[in-house]
Write a protein that binds this ligand. Sequence first.
Ligand SMILES: CC(C)(COP(=O)(O)OP(=O)(O)OC[C@H]1O[C@@H](n2cnc3c(N)ncnc32)[C@H](O)[C@@H]1OP(=O)(O)O)[C@@H](O)C(=O)NCCC(=O)NCCS
Length: 362
Amino acid sequence: MSELELRNFAPGDEAGLLDLKCAVFPGLVRANEAARFRWEFDANPAREPPFPRAFVLERGTRIVGSFVFLPYRVQVAEDVVFGASGVDLCIEPAARGGGHVHEMVRRWLAPAFAPFPFAVALNDASRHLFTKHGAELLGGSGESIAWGHFLAHPHASPERPALKSEVVDELPADTDLLWETVRRGQRLLLVRDRAYLEWRWRAFPFGGVTIVRALGERGETRGLAMVQDDRKAQDLYVAELLHAAGDDAAQRGLLRRAIALARGRRGVEAESGRTRNVLWCSTRDARQLPVLKEEAFVLVPAPVPTFCARVHHVSKSGSVRVAEWATAIGDGDQLFNCNEPPPAAIPQPPTAAINDPRPDGR
Ligand SMILES: CC(C)(COP(=O)(O)OP(=O)(O)OC[C@H]1O[C@@H](n2cnc3c(N)ncnc32)[C@H](O)[C@@H]1OP(=O)(O)O)[C@@H](O)C(=O)NCCC(=O)NCCS
């Protein structure tokens, strides 16, 4: 057998990468993977990152291993830098055990690669490898961040101020003004400007996203939420919950509309025997917790989504800790497999919940 060579991604590698991924991770549909790959890279507003699309492990001309890096813009204190989300780490069985995975993970987490390498929805293998090479874990059994609103239980909201909300098809024209108010309240956050939200929620190839807008007195946008419907899991997610820190009236307006949407979906589906169970929300921002609790979201014990990262970038105002990362369910590739067209003849696996957002183990 010829030697294995580790190199950076080059144009023309896509087909080999996707073949490998579909061979290693069971249950994937090649056409879905191709559609997602095009969206992930070609439509991504994080342009020209300083790192390659992937590391590729090759035997002869065949790709037998890979680690893919999706670019994001990340606010670290007052700066915006590139984040490298590590996804689809895989090596085909015959090429395993040679230490190459350690080299791929080590290079990704090295300071020169990206200012903010991160990964989400970890499995046992990636959790072990990423933390071994210096990434810090967030979430997981030590810190529950999964809040569930159980749709079968009736709930009367307490009398408290809530902004008016509406469902919109397009992102509002003042979305970037909202982002400015959101970013002021956070030190470490994936950039949620209009370009990002357009890509992540409107250009997402498999749909199922409803945009909710909270309106201020002058008709301005005071909040945006993205409600992602996951037909496979029969759950829904408040995948983004964007408002200025401490704007409880905006948060409440968004959550109430999201709950109403979820309940409405549940009613329609009940007739077909498939009912929605839970509306999930996940936040590490303690300022959002009082309103979540008032709107009958309860903390669901571990296991919960896990995130890991390293912050290499040091801003003028000093270093920022990974623990300051204001994560959301929509971050990284956590919900990327929502609503993919199923394979023609293969039945879909049964439910998956927030604690198992990637039933294929990715
Ligand atoms: C994960 C993967 C890339 C590792 O490559 P590999 O060549 O098999 O790696 P090795 O067998 O040398 O194992 C590397 C280390 O990971 C650990 N590891 C591998 N699989 C593991 C698992 N399922 N659970 C926990 N640890 C695991 C090994 O114990 C080893 O630990 P150490 O060397 O630090 O003591 C490969 O097994 C694979 O493709 N798996 C399926 C896809 C996958 O799960 N990818 C990760 C999530 S995206």
